[in-house]
Design a protein around this ligand. Sequence first.
Ligand code: MCA
Ligand code: CO
Length: 134
Amino acid sequence: MIGRLNHVAIAVKELAPAAAQYRNALGAKVSEPEPLPDHGVTVVFITLDNAKIELLEPLGEASPIADFVARNPKGAIHHICYEVDDIVAARDRLHASGARVLGGGEPKIGAHGKPVLFLHPGDFSGTLIELEQA
Ligand SMILES: C[C@H](C(=O)O)C(=O)SCCNC(=O)CCNC(=O)[C@H](O)C(C)(C)COP(=O)(O)OP(=O)(O)OC[C@H]1O[C@@H](n2cnc3c(N)ncnc32)[C@H](O)[C@@H]1OP(=O)(O)O
Ligand SMILES: [Co+2]
């Protein structure tokens, strides 16, 4: 069911120094910060030839990454995103398998303008998974 790796996300307290390291030390293609209030994050995209990296900074009072960043003040890998062809079919299959689909199972429009869902890290080897309809 899952297809390509779309992105790996890294959560940080502050985007600017993290983005500067990727741009200057690693020579990466780094976007300007984009606030996504619906997701409670501000995001910077790093474009690689075969996938993307998302740098995430908490946005607003109820950011879903606030606790994670408090627990990981130096920053840490936060989630990985796999592409699926049909997000509703993926959601139904996951429900049937007993895995917890977050947010009530209703897809939201993600950072790339496509529907996304998140799966509980407790069901997938301690890794938060995002699914994005390709
Ligand atoms: C827009 C964009 C895009 O790409 O399109 C994005 O990515 S937005 C990316 C930001 N959006 C999201 O992350 C949305 C989905 N996330 C969530 O709903 C939440 O972050 C969550 C339910 C995964 C965790 O919420 P929380 O930290 O408040 O909850 P808890 O503190 O109760 O954590 C529950 C258990 O999960 C663990 N845990 C929490 N976050 C993570 C993580 N990122 N990776 C691995 N484990 C994690 C905790 O350590 C704890 O483990 P233990 O039980 O062992 O103590
Ligand atoms: Co993401």
